[in-house]
Design a protein around this ligand. Structure first.
Ligand code: OSB
Ligand code: MG
Length: 368
């Protein structure tokens, strides 16, 4: 791919409103923007989606920077890459650190698609011209939740996801269900329960939820299989699916009926596509998860969600869901519940250089 440099930008932006889960609150988002340049001066962009603290996975912004700087970029310096699929192969010698890997890998995909003058969605085999958009409500107040839902429905979102925990589940959801009898609602527990909570979880069956995401352990597939046999609501796995093999084992065991695919969590677009292809074969619906991300990652998500198996509206919302001003141009926008898939080469969004500059807190450059 004739790569000449990799550049990292650590950026930081406040969220419009705190994102509250039982695991903690995100108020300021740090992220890593990866820029790869080729001999012709063409550029590809990726985003490392680890958080500042290890609440969702074990990675953080600091561990990602360490991995990129001391391990992954040095591998690229000694191994020329002809196709982005080779990155996953090259990085196999490094255990996990999937978000750091994905930051680089997604930048390679953007650059490769631009070199081939093809939209990234087409490059990945996507066929959808628009992707369905859903949004997440993450608050500990019912009043706020109802207010937010009202405004999201006005903005056209097709599906609402609500963060739940044993402190905030049946009553909270039942109230929302009462206000919106027909609304597609799903719940995300981020591992807030154990099998001892079977009765609480079974009670949710009557609320007609699309699915419940990751009720049990973040690394479990055995107990989820046990739980799925005892509740009607389909289980969707998020945290537990970190590799293609995790997806295969979870489907074989019956641990879930739906899978949330996040590019960062699984180490890049190549692995995300493999999981997608397998799920299509197994008739397991998938949707694209979100990481409170900036525009670069949003753009990669849109390209991925253009693949046929993404049949459920994902957590791909407008830039304005979280940000006063995003780092891409145009910003991601939702109209009539959908996001248009760009037709220009690569991710199909330009960098808002002014915004990138004003949100950057550190940079590093590596010649390749
Ligand atoms: O569990 O899906 C999750 C955000 C950060 C970390 C984990 C999760 C989330 C979300 C998606 O719920 C939020 C979004 O980006 O829309
Ligand atoms: Mg989740």
């Amino acid at each position: 791919m004739k790569i000449t440099a990799v550049e990292l930008f650590i950026i930081k932006m406040p969220l419009k409103a705190p994102f509250i889960t039982h695991l903690g609150t995100v108020q300021d988002r740090e992220g890593i923007i990866v820029k790869i340049t080729d001999q012709e001066g063409m550029t590809g962009y990726g985003e490392g989606v680890a958080f500042s603290t290890p609440w969702y996975t074990e990675e953080t912004v600091k561990t990602s920077i360490h991995m990129l700087t001391d391990v992954l970029i040095p591998v690229m310096q000694t191994h020329p890459i002809d196709h982005p699929d080779e990155a996953a192969e090259l990085f196999k010698s490094v255990r996990r650190n999937n978000m750091a890997k994905a930051g680089l890998e997604t930048a390679l995909w953007d650059l490769y698609a631009k070199q081939q003058a093809l939209p990234l969605s087409k490059m990945l085999g996507g066929t959808r011209q628009e992707v369905a958009s859903g949004v997440v409500v993450a608050t500990d107040s019912l009043t706020n939740a109802l207010k937010q839902i009202e405004s999201y429905l006005e903005a056209g979102y097709q599906r609402i996801k609500v963060k739940i925990s044993p402190q905030q589940d049946y009553q909270f959801l039942a109230e929302i269900r009462q206000h919106y009898p027909q609304l597609p609602i799903m719940a995300d527990a981020n591992s807030a329960y154990s099998l001892a909570d079977l009765d609480r979880l079974r009670a949710l069956d009557e609320l007609n939820l699309l699915m419940i995401e990751q009720p049990l352990g973040h690394d479990d597939i055995i107990e989820h299989a046990r739980l799925q046999k005892q509740i009607k609501t389909p289980i969707c796995l998020d945290e537990s699916i970190v590799t293609f093999d995790d997806a295969r084992k979870a489907v074989e065991l019956g641990s879930c009926k739906v899978i949330n695919i996040k590019v960062g969590r699984v180490g890049g677009l190549s692995e995300a596509k493999r999981i997608h292809d397998y799920c299509v074969e197994q008739e397991i619906p998938v949707w694209c998860g979100g990481m409170i991300e900036f525009g670069i990652s949003r753009a990669h998500n849109i390209a991925l969600a253009s693949l046929q198996g993404f049949s459920i509206p994902g957590d791909i919302s407008a830039s304005s869901r979280f940000w006063e001003e995003d780092i891409i141009l145009p910003e991601v926008s939702v109209e009539n519940g959908v996001i248009q898939v760009p037709n220009s080469p690569g991710i199909g969004f330009a960098i808002n250089e002014k915004r990138l500059k004003e949100t950057t807190i550190a940079t590093k450059v590596f010649p390749i």
